[in-house]
Design a protein around this ligand. Structure first.
Ligand code: UD1
Ligand code: CA
Length: 494
């Protein structure tokens, strides 16, 4: 049985540098709130037995953004720093008291239930920051394995391992100060660092795996004695070092993976990386993406083999797309299910709708919401659908509004047809059977029914039921006046 790991995710801060009324971790990148990314990564770690999220600013909204069951929330009422944020978790996690001011151990070793030799019985505390959404579960697992590895030596005094990276520009990050044995002697925050320390390129990524027993024993020694008067979690390194233990740094090759978001420039940068990652994953899975740097595809989107995504398409939310589809340039597809072989032509907007195989939609069509387009149906340019079922092989190719409408298979809806579904008070349904033909520029005043195989003459205003296989036409008869035009011209030219 591998020793269990408790994960604490810090998400209580406002994020002053975002210049926002919204808590930082609620901002979105790659189609998800930052906190969702971090929680989902934590959930993928099989060795994690408990996950706690520290909330403070807009605690209620942050809780709501984390929809996964089994996550505990701990409130940090006042944001006194990253160290303080972890301290407030002690009771909620049932962790023992640490050393009192005199340096005496307040926790009985029984209660702690921990093995000071650091054998495999030890539990681990992994701390993540809610503003670092790019982290990969593999990296976290490697961090845990690394700490476990050092602990397997009973003489080792490794209290924890942190993640670091060499950065071209580490401005804003804590710098990793190493000692003679290459362990981390301390982390110096940007605000407290001297010029020599600022020149260090190895940065603290804000991800730690500590031995839980040692962490909780010494955490109270963090003091807010820095220019920001905050309890810095990063001080734990020097505290443990003084207590005769050491902390190691595991360097990751690519700092991009642990970028923290502090302002909107970081947010855009991280969003771009998340989009790039998703596009790459899809391309490796057999999807063609033209000019991948221009498309926005959310993390949960699925796309089948041999589908093609054209430039500037946006595929969002819980959308699934089958094989052999084409998503045209500039199309926006959100929360929709698209079957195989569907063509979504350029500049088409599809929201909360289902499109069955072989259907064609657009260009410039809008499927507002709750539509069902059956196999092989065609929806053409400037056609809007709302709560409409389009039967198999049915067509509405030009300039049409169909709302609250059910249309049977193989029916043709002529250009300019409008379902008048709203009378100013209520919405009403229109039902059109199979194999029917609605002539161009007809107004169908709902509620109304048109039977199977019926024909509506162009330009009609339909207010009453049209029985199956009949013709309905409602337009004034045409008047022809022979020679009228020629006479008129002659008259005007005089
Ligand atoms: C922190 C690290 C820094 C590291 C960087 C990596 C400290 C003191 N510094 O700096 O060494 O290089 O992350 O990205 O830890 N939070 C709370 N409660 C608080 C304060 C913060 O929950 O009282 C949360 C925030 O919501 C945020 C996270 O902790 O998600 C990190 O806080 P932030 O202020 O962004 O720390 P940095 O200045 O980036
Ligand atoms: Ca940060």
């Amino acid at each position: 049985m591998p020793s269990p790991v408790t994960i604490v995710i810090l998400a209580a801060g406002l994020g002053t540098r975002m210049k926002s009324r919204r808590a930082k971790v609620l901002h979105r990148a790659g189609g998800k709130a930052l906190i969702e990314h971090v929680v989902e990564t934590a959930l993928k770690l099989t060795s994690a037995d408990r996950i706690a999220v520290v909330v403070g600013h807009q605690a209620e909204e942050v809780r709501k953004a984390v929809k996964h069951p089994g996550i505990r929330f701990v409130e940090q009422k006042e944001q006194k720093g990253t160290g303080h944020a972890v301290m407030v978790c002690r009771d909620a996690l049932g962790e023992p008291a640490g050393l009192d001011q005199t340096g005496l151990d307040q926790s009985s070793s029984d209660q702690a239930g921990l093995d000071q030799t650091g054998s495999d019985q030890a539990r681990y505390l992994m701390i993540l920051y809610g503003d670092s959404p790019l982290l990969l579960p593999d990296t976290l697992q490697r961090l845990i394995d690394r700490q476990r590895g050092t602990d397997s030596n009973p003489d080792a005094k490794a209290a924890g391992t942190l993640l670091s990276a060499m950065m071209d520009d580490p401005t804003g990050y804590g710098r990793v100060i190493r000692d003679a044995s290459d362990h981390v002697a301390e982390i110096v925050e940007q605000k407290s660092a001297n010029p020599q320390q600022l020149a260090i390129r190895e940065a603290n990524m804000g991800i730690y795996c500590y031995r839980a027993d040692l962490f909780w024993k010494y955490v109270d020694q963090i003091r807010p004695d820095n220019p920001a008067h905050e309890y810095y979690l990063t001080d734990m390194v020097a505290i443990l070092d003084r207590a005769g233990f050491y902390v190691e740094a595991m360097q990751i090759a690519n700092a991009d993976e642990a970028l923290g978001i502090n302002d909107r420039v970081d947010l855009a940068h991280v969003d771009r990386i998340l989009r790039h990652r998703k596009a790459r994953e899809l391309m490796i899975g057999g999807v063609t993406i033209e000019r991948p740097e221009t498309v926005s595809i959310d993390g949960d989107v699925r796309i089948g083999m041999d589908s093609v995504v054209e430039p500037f398409a946006r595929i969002l939310g819980r959308t699934s797309i089958g094989e052999n589809c084409r998503i045209g340039a500039g199309a926006i597809v959100q929360d929709s299910a698209i079957a195989d072989g569907v063509e979504i032509e350029p500049y088409t907007i599809v929201n909360r709708s289902t499109i069955e195989s072989g259907a064609q939609v657009g260009p410039f069509a809008r499927l507002r919401f709750d539509n069902h387009v059956a196999e092989g149906a065609h929806i053409g340019n400037f056609v809007e659908l709302k709560k409409t079922h389009m039967g198999a092989g049915a067509k509405a190719n030009h300039l049409t509004y169909l709302g609250d409408t059910t249309i049977g298979a193989k029916t043709n809806i002529g250009a300019g047809t409008i379902t008048c579904n709203y009378d100013g008070f209520n919405k009403h349904p229109t039902v059109i059977g199979a194999g029917a033909f609605v002539g161009s520029n007809s107004s169908l005043i709902a509620p109304v029914e048109i039977g199977d195989g019926a024909i509506v003459g162009a330009g009609s205003v339909i207010t009453d039921p049209v029985p199956a296989d009949s013709l309905a036409i409602s337009r004034p008869p045409q008047v022809v006046k022979p020679e009228w035009a020629r006479k008129r011209r002659a008259l005007v030219r005089k």
